[in-house]
Design a protein around this ligand. Structure first.
Ligand code: ZN
Length: 135
């Protein structure tokens, strides 16, 4: 079951340069910066009510964020929905005909298991599913 919008992912050229803009905009400080080596990104999170903004900076030229930024636009990149059971959601969506980028959940930032859907099956919207890892 999809529970809520967990965060919006925003691609930026440089977290160092962009973070203050988003902190000023939202009136809040970043609560976590984290590198996800497997995805080739650095992330920074700011709370927005019950949700979050995730800034994403590429750490290598092969990362999905680097390829997105090559098209010359910083800004909105993906929406992340929090789910209660990511494995069950991936099966449910696959059965409905959605294309998956990740067939099974993987480690993400901010203590999450994550998986992305292919934007070809969501009319261009990049969708991430995420589930808090039990500690
Ligand atoms: Zn994300």
């Amino acid at each position: 079951m999809i529970k809520k919008i967990e965060h919006l992912g925003i691609a930026v050229n440089s977290i160092d340069e962009s973070l203050k803009i988003y902190e000023d905009l939202l009136g809040k400080d970043c609560y976590k910066e984290e590198e996800v080596i497997s995805e080739g990104v650095k992330t920074a999170f700011i709370h927005v009510g019950d949700s979050k903004i995730e800034l994403l900076e590429a750490t290598n030229k092969d990362s999905a964020i680097a390829k997105f930024l090559e098209k010359g636009r910083q800004g909105f990149h993906h929406v992340a929905f929090e789910v209660d059971d990511i494995d069950a959601e991936l099966i449910r969506l696959k059965d409905l005909g959605f294309r998956l980028i990740h067939e099974s959940a993987k480690e993400g930032a901010d203590n999450k298991r994550i998986a992305f859907l292919h934007p070809k099956s969501t009319e261009g919207l990049l969708v991430e599913l995420c589930q808090e890892k039990s500690t």
